[in-house]
Design a protein around this ligand. Structure first.
Ligand code: 4NP
Length: 148
């Protein structure tokens, strides 16, 4: 199963979701491919934001080797599940979709129509954003495990 996490810059939120889900899934021996991408292309090729790398490290996750990628329409074919951090990401991803099969793969990462706050402009947000993503990641893995 191939899972893609999407945010705007692919340096703050989606790299956290990618790293957390990869580590938790591999601890459960789930043979999944996890990746992340941004709807914007400013940071392509760069590591995650140092604040995301630091908060992840403080909770026992290493995301330092991940590099930012730009979301493209081909990813709607390539991935089975595309989980986006906010409603603008949802709009931008769906704009590139070509059919209902692809659109069905796309949803918000959080449940209850909630968005993951963009922490980019506020250092204080990285810790709560990490905890929100980690909590949801655990349930998401349980949910997706039942689909195999
Ligand atoms: P992300 O946060 O979408 O969680 O990676 C952002 C990172 C960079 C920018 C915006 C949001 N930016 O405008 O460069």
């Amino acid at each position: 199963m191939k899972i893609l996490m999407v945010c705007l810059g692919n340096i703050c939120r989606s790299p956290l979701a990618e790293g957390i889900v990869r580590q938790l899934a591999s601890a459960r021996n789930a043979d999944w491919e996890i990746a992340s991408a941004g709807t914007g292309n400013w940071h392509v090729g760069q590591p995650a934001d140092r604040r995301s790398i630091a908060v992840a490290r403080s909770y026992g996750y290493d995301i330092s080797r991940q590099r930012a990628k730009h979301f493209n329409a081909g990813m709607l074919e390539e991935y089975d599940h595309i989980l986006v951090m906010d409603r603008q990401n949802l709009k931008d991803v769906l704009k590139l979709s070509g059919n209902n099969e692809q659109r069905k793969k796309v949803r918000l990462f959080l449940t209850g129509d909630l968005e993951v706050t963009d922490p980019y402009y506020d250092d204080q947000l990285f810790d709560p954003v990490f905890l929100t993503i980690e909590e949801r990641a655990k349930d998401l893995i349980k949910e997706l495990s039942q689909k195999i």
